[in-house]
Design a protein around this ligand. Sequence first.
Ligand SMILES: Nc1ncnc2c1ncn2[C@@H]1O[C@H](COP(=O)(O)OP(=O)(O)OP(=O)(O)O)[C@@H](O)[C@H]1O
Ligand SMILES: [Mg+2]
Length: 247
Amino acid sequence: MAQAIVETIDVRKNFDLVEVLRGVSFALGKGETLVVMGGSGSGKTVLLRLVAGLVRPDAGQIRVFGRAIELLSEEELLTVRRRMGFVFQGAALFDSLSVYENVAYPLREHTSLPEPEIRQRVVRNLSLVGLGSEALELLPAELSGGMRKRVGIARALSVDPEVLLFDEPTGGLDPTNSKLVGELIRELRGGVCDTAIVVTHDLELAKTVADRVAVLIDGRFATIGSVDAVLETTDSAVQAFLAGDAR
Ligand SMILES: Nc1ncnc2c1ncn2[C@@H]1O[C@H](COP(=O)(O)OP(=O)(O)OP(=O)(O)O)[C@@H](O)[C@H]1O
Ligand SMILES: [Mg+2]
């Protein structure tokens, strides 16, 4: 594999007495999109938060850009986090801030760029997700669900990330908008950011964007491989998940 951008080795995470992750190992190569599927509550968001250094593992190792992030101080973590873009579950825009300010937010937080440069990047990133400058002054409440997701993606692109982390990017969208967001994620790979982890329930999205799919069951990846290989799995737990839970 090309240089690993993210690598986890036997990562474990409990909350109280619940063992959420019980030994998750994978390596994400540069230029690769890994889709993580699994039922509600299986630990997908927890896994993304571990990779982002927002949560610490109880055991195991997490390397991001070659650095063992479980050993880093909060300050060192910031320098790693600055190289990643997050698209949070539900888009999570700031309701009181305009589209412009939402997309500019990471730039204000992580850089000291002058305003004209910020404006240029905001406009560029909105256009990358298919939104024109007429959207700049709108508030999140004035956007459709699909537009909100796009603004969330534009915000994640602000820092010119080397890896994008998506949490349910099509959650709550109708099939048409889901398809559009899937195509957008696929397009981003060829351009601004070629490496991603995409957490989703949505098998159609997995088919559109995945180089590999991993299915999280009982705290571990029950399978990891190409979409076709996963669909043809003989693992009964994965078959049951795909037949029932995946939608
Ligand atoms: N900060 C926390 N404190 C306590 N328990 C937590 C915390 N974060 C997550 N959990 C628990 O960890 C488990 C996995 O949660 P997680 O949010 O990762 O699930 P998920 O796979 O993302 O589900 P969904 O598909 O519904 O988003 C759940 O049982 C949840 O209650
Ligand atoms: Mg989740």
